[in-house]
Design a protein around this ligand. Structure first.
Ligand SMILES: [Zn+2]
Length: 247
């Protein structure tokens, strides 16, 4: 009897935390502009098209499977799942889409999630409504919400316009469900999570320590791919996450 319970305890230790860890350590990459840095703004927010293409090639050559959040349930069934996300809806993200199309093969479908700011659509340097319509129809880009006006949500009193309003505005353009929200500046608190839950299935942060509790899907942390990151560093980041997953 005693031995049985020891074996059971060992099995639990072996199986349970492994599974939980595996779920937490899927790399979710975060990009902003896919363009050459021209000296204005924060250099780290710019990944050049050349570097970006090398990173996607790395994923292709190493057997990764890019997923979007609609495919969340597939994450434990595919080889090396990875999520590619792009914040702020810059016009230059069209370059990422072009590179996806260029590197697509029968065995590898690069795809990503564009988190756009619904009130900023069509502004200078931002994606337009017709861009979003085309991207969503391509099957390579999932268009999701980064709120209506990009505020720090923890300081917004009435969250409805930012959360529900942006979701509805984007759905009207793409005719596809909007199920994920990226918190501007990665800022959120329990109130933001509770309100997000009413409208979305996922909430994306930046890099934080996840609580691992019931709200895990609303505290997803991401790997910030910076403009100064070398391909070697990129490889280490995506693979480090994967190694932890199999520990
Ligand atoms: Zn942002």
């Amino acid at each position: 009897m005693k031995r049985k319970s020891i074996i059971l305890a060992c099995l639990l230790v072996l199986c349970l935390p492994g599974g939980v860890l595996a779920e937490k350590k899927i790399p979710i990459l975060m990009y902003h502009s896919i363009a050459k840095f021209e000296g204005k703004g924060d250099k780290d927010l710019y990944v050049s098209p050349e570097d970006f293409e090398k990173q996607i090639l790395y994923l292709r050559e190493h057997g990764f499977t890019p997923l979007t959040f609609e495919e969340w349930d597939k994450r434990e069934k595919v080889n090396k799942p990875v999520f590619l996300t792009f914040d702020d809806g810059y016009k230059n993200n069209l370059k990422a889409y072009e590179i996806f199309k260029k590197l697509k093969t029968d065995d590898f479908t690069p795809k990503g999630t564009f988190f756009v700011i619904s009130d900023f659509l069509g502004r200078k340097n931002r994606l337009s409504k017709s861009d979003l319509n085309m991207l969503a129809a391509s099957g390579l880009i999932s268009v999701q919400s980064h709120t209506a006006t990009h505020p720090n949500l923890t300081k917004v009193k009435d969250l409805a316009a930012e959360l529900k309003g942006s979701k509805e505005a984007i759905e009207k353009i793409t005719n596809k469900p909007v199920i994920a929200l990226a918190y501007p500046f990665g800022s959120f608190n329990q109130r933001v999570i509770d309100e997000t839950k009413k409208v979305y299935d996922f909430g994306l942060a930046t890099s934080i320590n996840e609580s691992g509790g019931k709200d895990r899907q609303y505290e997803l942390s991401r790997i910030f791919v910076t403009g100064s990151m070398t391909l070697d560093e990129f490889a280490k980041r995506v693979d480090r996450n994967r190694q932890k997953a199999s520990e």
